[in-house]
Design a binder for this molecule. Structure first.
Ligand code: GTP
Ligand code: MG
Length: 370
């Protein structure tokens, strides 16, 4: 058939029809379960859901769902991905810098030569933690709104001399909504006016019960300025990560999410991506949002060239034809022709979305049916 109903496609993909409708809505298409969509749209949807696709003939497609979920035996543990959130001036940047600085001092090779949107810190036991260096709940919610759930653990920074503030509460709400576990870093503990106990009591009002108060949310007193108890914070992250048993299959085509992207004068479009499963390799043909290209080079968080990047590893990717957006999914495809096809299609969808941002009405609903 030239077209397929959303319901039938959902069946073949073993996904909920409602999820397909939702995904189509995000692409700017208003369709119901019983409505038919064309083959290109169906293919795109299948790719978006991470399934493999086979064009059986020009007029039919076959979906291979078997490779979508990685079998248990292919899973290996991966580092946790941590986002730091908190109110303005409570010390998010200072804390990230202090952690990174401490890692450099404990003998991380190379030091910091390059600043990318995420970095990894190696622990004494060689395990790693990935920090997203785009603190603030805006980046977090923006990514989540686009379906990208890259954060495993949120570190909520609260200044001990200031207590809970509006953005602290927003961060708490976003974290709860995302279902991501939280660790509270009570910062600026060096200040004479610091009142850490008051912070714990204020947290109670938002149903955050820290361990000190008999709950199960870890709280750690730190000073980003004096670099006090950074180890305690890293330990807390490791404990939380162990509970989560984070795993991914490193031996497959990579899927990654864009953390940030920019146009670099000398290097062209540069995207910092975080690999979520599989291993991204130099030479891979990729589609990232509506951009496509071939991975020309990859740089790690020290600005060092790398050939591969596995799960939870952040890398800068060079070789894209256009600049993608934060939250865009990176997918490895079989060849450049296919990459351009998907990218062009996505661009079309984006353009359409831009011109159909008017509120939903019966008219637009029926118009999009055509
Ligand atoms: P925004 O990015 O503006 O939201 O702020 P932020 O949360 O990143 O805070 P930032 O790290 O910029 O710190 C704000 C101020 O607090 C700076 O003047 C820091 O020097 C100071 N500061 C951060 N951590 C500490 C600390 O542990 N103790 C003391 N005394 N000052 C701190
Ligand atoms: Mg900051």
């Amino acid at each position: 058939p030239e077209s397929i109903t959303v319901g039938e496609l959902a069946n073949r993909m073993a996904e909920k029809a409602a999820d397909l409708v939702k995904a189509l809505f995000k692409m700017g298409m208003m369709v119901t379960v019983n409505q038919a969509i064309d083959q290109d749209t169906a293919e795109l949807l299948v790719t978006e859901f991470g399934h493999n696709i086979k064009r059986v003939s020009d007029s039919d497609i076959d979906i291979d769902t078997s490779t979508d979920v990685d079998a248990d035996e292919t899973l290996k543990s991966r580092p946790p991905v941590v986002t730091i959130m908190g109110h303005v001036d409570h010390g998010k940047t200072s804390l990230l810098d202090a952690i990174r600085g401490a890692a450099v001092q404990t003998g991380e090779a190379g030091g910091i030569t390059q600043h990318i949107g995420a970095y990894q810190v190696a622990m004494k036991d060689k395990s790693k933690i990935t920090f997203l260096d785009t603190p603030g709940h805006e980046a977090f919610t923006e990514m989540r709104a686009r379906g990208a759930n890259v954060t495993d653990i949120v570190v909520l920074v609260v200044a001990a001399d200031d207590g809970l503030k509006p953005q602290t509460i927003e961060a708490i709400n976003h974290t709860k909504a995302a279902g991501v576990p939280m660790i509270v870093a009570i910062n600026k503990i060096d200040k004479p006016e610091a009142k850490p106990q008051k912070v714990r009591e204020e947290l109670l009002q938002h149903e955050i019960i820290v361990e000190d108060m008999g709950g199960d949310v870890q709280d750690v007193e730190v000073s980003a300025l004096k670099k006090t108890n950074l180890d305690g914070l890293l330990d807390a992250i490791n404990i939380q990560a162990e509970i989560l048993e984070l795993k991914a299959n490193p031996d497959r085509a990579a899927e990654a999410t864009v953390v940030e992207a920019k146009l670099d004068k000398g290097r062209g479009p540069v995207a910092t991506v975080l690999v979520q499963r599989g291993t991204l390799k130099v030479g891979d043909v990729i589609v990232v949002g509506a951009a496509s290209g071939k991975v020309r080079a990859m740089l790690d968080d020290h600005g060092k060239q790398v050939k591969e990047a596995g799960p939870s590893v952040p890398v800068e990717v060079l070789g894209l034809g256009a600049v993608p957006s934060a939250g865009d999914q990176l997918t490895v495809v079989e060849n450049e022709a296919r990459a351009r096809e998907v990218a062009t299609y996505r661009q079309g969808v984006l353009d359409k979305k831009r011109t159909t941002t008017a509120p939903m009405s019966l008219e637009t609903m029926f118009a999009s049916k055509a």
